[in-house]
Ligand binder design. Structure first.
Ligand code: IPD
Length: 259
C-alpha cells in the first residue's frame, strides 16, 4: 500500500504547485451547467493524473471531477483536482487537492493536500490517519457542548436543502461553511471541528472519497446523509463525517428532514 500512498502524495505535491502557480493569476474560469466553476488549474491537474496513471497503473480507472479514464477495473483513482474551486477563483486560500484509491467502491488509500498551509493529510486503511506524518484524531465534543463546530455545504442544485438542518442545529453547534467539504473533513479528522454535512453534488464521490477514509482512520464516523453505507466510485447520496459523539444524534436529526 505504501507504493500507492507515495504515488498519491507525488500527484498531490504536483497539484499543490499548480494551485499556487494559478492562485493569483488569470485562471481561465468557466462555469459548468450546474453553475459550479472550473479553472485551467483544475483541468491541468486532472490531465496530469490521467497521464501518470496510464504510465504507472495501466488499466486502472480514473474518476476525476473534470476528466475520467473509464477502464474496466476494480481499482479507481478518484480525484477532485481542486475542492473549493469557487473560493480558489476568489483567491481565498482554503481549497485543497483530494485523491483516493478506491477498490470495489471502498477507499483504501487517501490524501488531501492543502498547499497554502503545506499540510498533507493521508491514510491507508487500517493504519491510522496523519497530517504531515503526525498522527491525527477526531475530538470528542458533543452536540450542545460549547466548542462544538459543524461545517455544512450548500448547493443550489443539491438533492437536499441543508438550510433545514442548519436551522435545527444552530442552537446546539456553531454552524460554519468554509467552501470546501474536503477541507472541512480534514478539520474533523484533526479534531478542530466536530462534523461535516454535505448534500452532494454531481461527481460528489470525487469531493469526499479520500475524506471518508481519513476521517474514519482518525477515529470518526462517516456515511451517506441517511446514516447508511455507500460506494465511493459512483455518485453518492450526500455525505456526513463526524466524531463518534455527534454521529448518532446527527443521523437521527437528518432522518427527520431528509427521507
Ligand atoms: C465544492 C466544494 C463546496 C461544496 C460544493 C462543491 P468543488 O466542490 O466542496 O464546499 O459546497 O457543493 O461542489 O466544486 O469546488 O470541487
Amino acid at each position: 500500500m505504501d507504493e500507492f500512498l507515495n504515488f498519491a502524495k507525488r500527484i498531490a505535491f504536483y497539484a499543490g504547485n499548480v494551485m499556487k502557480e494559478f492562485f493569483n493569476k488569470e485562471q481561465g474560469v468557466i462555469y459548468k451547467e450546474d453553475r459550479t466553476p472550473v479553472t485551467l488549474a483544475d483541468k491541468k491537474i486532472n490531465e496530469y493524473l490521467i497521464e501518470e496513471v496510464k504510465k504507472e497503473y495501466p488499466g486502472f480507472k480514473v474518476i476525476g471531477e473534470e476528466l475520467s479514464l473509464d477502464n474496466d477495473s476494480d481499482y479507481a483513482w478518484v480525484c477532485d483536482p481542486i475542492d473549493g474551486t469557487s473560493m480558489f477563483t476568489r483567491h481565498v486560500p482554503i481549497s485543497v487537492f483530494s485523491l483516493a484509491l478506491v477498490k470495489d467502491g471502498e477507499p483504501i488509500v487517501g490524501v488531501v493536500y492543502d498547499p497554502f498551509l503545506d499540510e498533507m493529510y493521508s491514510a491507508i486503511k487500517g493504519e491510522g490517519a496523519y497530517c504531515n506524518d503526525k498522527e491525527i484524531h477526531v475530538n470528542n465534543k458533543k452536540l450542545g457542548e460549547l466548542g462544538c463546530n459543524i461545517d455544512y455545504c450548500m448547493w443550489s442544485k443539491a438533492k437536499y436543502d441543508t438550510l433545514e438542518i442548519v436551522k435545527e442545529l444552530r442552537n446546539r453547534a456553531k454552524m460554519c461553511s468554509f467552501g470546501s467539504v474536503a477541507h472541512g473533513c480534514m478539520l474533523v479528522a484533526s479534531g478542530k471541528i466536530s462534523g461535516e454535512i454535505f448534500p452532494g453534488t454531481s461527481h460528489g464521490e470525487c469531493d469526499v472519497s479520500a475524506s471518508k477514509l481519513i476521517v474514519e482512520e482518525a477515529g470518526g464516523c462517516t456515511s451517506n446523509i441517511h446514516g447508511e453505507s455507500q460506494r465511493y466510485d459512483k455518485d453518492i447520496d450526500g455525505f456526513i463525517a463526524t466524531n463518534k459523539e455527534v454521529y448518532d444524534e446527527l443521523v437521527l436529526e437528518l432522518r427527520r428532514f431528509y427521507k
